[in-house]
Design a protein around this ligand. Sequence first.
Ligand code: ADP
Length: 462
Amino acid sequence: MKIAFFSSEVFPYAKTGGLADVSGALPKKLAEKGCEVKIFMPFYKNIQPEEVNEDFGILRPIRNLEVIFIRNDSYFLRDSLYGDSRGDYSDNMERFSFFCRKCFDVLKRINFSPQIFHTNDWQTALVNIYLKILYKNDTFFKEAKSILTIHNLAYQGIFPKDKFSVLGIDWQYFSLHYLEFYGKVNLLKGGIVFADMVSTVSPTYARQIQTPAFGCGLEGVLQQKGDRLVGILNGVDYTIWDPSKDNFIYKKYSVESLEDKSFNKEKFQKEVGLEVDRDKFLVGMVSRLAEQKGIDILVKALDRILEHSQIVILGTGDEKYHKILERKVAEHSPRKFSLHLKFDEALAHKIYASCDAFLMPSRFEPCGLSQLISYKYGTIPIVHHTGGLVDTVKDYDEGGGGFVFSKYHEDELAKAVERARLVFNKKEEWQRILKEVMGYDFSWSRTTDEYIKLYQKCLSLL
Ligand code: ADP
């Protein structure tokens, strides 16, 4: 099967969140299973292709897979992917519409005629739109079908109406049935309307986004997709996330050498200035600092959690939360609370390896990868019961390997952490859970087969 995969971020070339992890892993697995895959992404700063011309560059990491970097130095050679401290770049619509248009030219230039166009989130949703509008009668793309995967419905690519002409499509598509959304242009909406199939990253989130509480105004459009909307749970790339092979952590370990997990914990406590004590319950969080991630209730629960536990947070995002967390740090001893407001891949690995538990109090969560990564490192997730967290974390009291709270409230979060800490104090029981969760299998293999089935279903559509 010939697949073109479009993403604004792909690990290891560019990453701000889970989208990069998925875009780094799924195409690789598809290629390993015999599909012919080309990934398209922008040519950002610090990427070094093997071949490059003035329009695009190419890398060939493994057999059957090419990564094609679309070049436009004035659009993509910037310090960040989507914006700076002042907010989103004001020309994001120009940047990503350029990208999407250019991908079609490059496909022709390299003479690759995909059967499946697989796009991801609003940044590449225009590919679904262009395929059905601009290339409808183009014989080169005649057989192609398109799939849009929604990694987070909260980001829709909404722009002012007066920018519509940037897209290069007829004004008839600025209507309620297509891209118009409360008087503005909504690229994700257009992608949903024009895609042959839409997927999202967990079955629960697929159901939730069809309701007003989670649909962000698009619940109606999503309901209309009917059985053309599916939820496929993300996997984890265990070639990157595995404590027995991880070069970022202090000492590699596995289920047979859990003593070495404690070694990691003590080294880490020392490095970041926490009190060095393996019997202190150490709770970690690695997250974008956004409304979605539950920082508001975490801040309110923090004082209570810190009475008996240590916390480390690695995150970056909303300035508002940077300030709130900085104020909280000033109120507490650095021996208990360690805060790192940055994006740091190496530190993230150390946190997964060194902590006893991992916090995900998300208000909503399309899938969540951190809880799955945590399992592999024997770090027990404490999560809010929502989205992909429902599909992946079962509460300890129901025989599962995590701690779950149902009501989105700081008291419930603090109680869940305390419940976890009390089990942590029963050393043998805690070791039993660690061993159990380290054996869970959330590898990409199964997920990739589900995507292949989805592609086949899509190809059989009229
Ligand atoms: P989302 O995509 O909503 O940000 P996910 O849980 O799906 O959340 O994926 C988050 C990914 O980004 C994980 O791999 C996590 O380790 C990583 N990550 C998030 N924030 C940081 C950070 N500040 N530094 C390093 N890695 C981070």
